[in-house]
Design a protein around this ligand. Structure first.
Ligand code: COA
Length: 333
């Protein structure tokens, strides 16, 4: 083993699953006061997928199954299943246990992890920690969301943004360079983007027999926008410095797909060509913790990613939370 080489988690397979139902901007404009043009200009989103029959579990299972299949391993080789989700079908059993059963990953321990739209990145870092420490050899990391169920479909400020889906990567221990991630949380900014609380799921009945209002996602769009365009370039610079790399060393910047204007602003602030920032949010909207693995899977299946290329993954979202990680792409297609 070369001195620089250590044991690291290498992506051996990817997968994704999105619901069949397509909801385009024109259809949204039929039930809230908005327009296709407004949504496209302010967000870049043209359409999104909405889970009808699909669930957070079913999409996670399908994305995970594809990643395992591409890796060419048997499910009983999986040591751990991590599912990042902020919209599980149930609080428990956790989504990961359901995936474990469905895939027949009898030897795997599974748990869910919620860091909203940063969830996949933080789950990926967690998987790397288990692999580099030697505790696990094979970890399936999934981001899966039915976030449309948490959205207030009468609120034009939020309902235009989100979509459902799942993505997965199968990590396996191999000789390679271990990169240190950069990740942060700032709970003081939490009010900028919130989801429903458990206490609000138990609806109370008032004295007139009316049910209390169920909570939905609330967001201060401007605050979240400013947070993202300030913190994402910073954390990308931070992760590169930590690993003694430069912006020029990176082939692809795979960012959480929240808004095309955020991705554009990050590229501009870093003085980088927007072509290095692949996007698919026009088709899926913001799928929260699923966006990075759905995009990775698309780039992998299209053969855009080449063995030996360096990627930066960057996530950000509610918490507030944000982070970035570096990886060497090692899949040949
Ligand atoms: N259609 C038409 N008009 C809309 C609208 C919609 N869907 N949503 C808001 N507006 C209106 C507002 O009511 C406001 O009208 P007013 O000037 O008469 O008060 C006007 O458009 C401007 O609203 P504003 O909120 O300032 O727009 P914006 O340029 O900030 O865009 C977002 C709104 C939500 C698209 C933008 O703030 C954003 O993308 N933020 C980041 C959100 C995000 O990525 N969240 C997830 C992070 S993980």
């Amino acid at each position: 083993m070369n001195k620089e080489q250590t044991i690291t988690g290498v992506i051996r397979g990817t997968g994704a699953c999105v619901p069949k139902r397509i909801l385009d901007n024109k259809e949204i404009a039929g039930f809230v006061d908005t327009s296709d043009e407004w949504i496209r200009e302010r967000t870049g989103v043209r359409r999104r997928r909405i889970a009808e029959k699909e669930t957070t579990v079913s999409m996670a299972c399908e994305a995970g199954r594809q990643a395992v299949e591409e890796a060419g391993i048997s499910p009983d080789e999986i040591d751990m299943i991590l599912v990042a989700t902020g919209s599980p079908d149930q609080i428990f059993p956790c989504t990961a246990c359901r995936v474990q059963e469905a895939l027949g990953a009898d030897g795997a321990v599974g748990f869910d992890l919620n860091a909203a739209c940063s969830g996949f990145l933080f789950a990926y870092n967690t998987a790397q920690a288990y692999i580099t420490s030697g505790i696990c050899r094979t970890v399936l990391v999934i981001g899966s969301e039915s976030i449309s169920r948490l959205v207030d479909w009468t609120d034009r400020g939020t309902c235009i943004l989100f979509g459902d889906g799942a993505g997965a990567v199968l990590l396996q221990a191999a000789e390679g360079k271990t990169y240190r991630p950069a990740a942060h949380s700032d709970g003081s900014g939490g009010a900028a983007l919130t989801g429903p609380g458990v206490r609000n799921r138990i609806r109370s009945i008032d004295k007139d027999g009316r049910e209390s209002k169920t909570e939905y996602i609330t967001m201060n769009g401007k605050d979240v926008f400013q947070f993202a365009v300030r913190k994402v370039p910073q954390v990308i610079q931070e992760v590169l410095e930590r690993n003694e790399l430069f912006l020029e060393d990176i082939d692809w910047f795979v960012l959480h797909q929240a808004n095309a204007r955020i991705v554009d602003a990050v590229a501009r602030r870093l003085r980088l060509d927007i072509g290095k920032f692949p996007m698919n949010l026009q088709d899926y909207g913001n799928t929260s913790s699923a966006s990075i693995p759905i995009l990775l899977n698309e780039l992998n299946r299209k053969g855009v990613l080449k063995k030996g290329q360096k990627l930066v993954l960057a996530g950000f979202g509610a918490g507030l939370s944000w982070g970035a990680s570096v990886l060497d792409w090692d899949l040949e297609r």
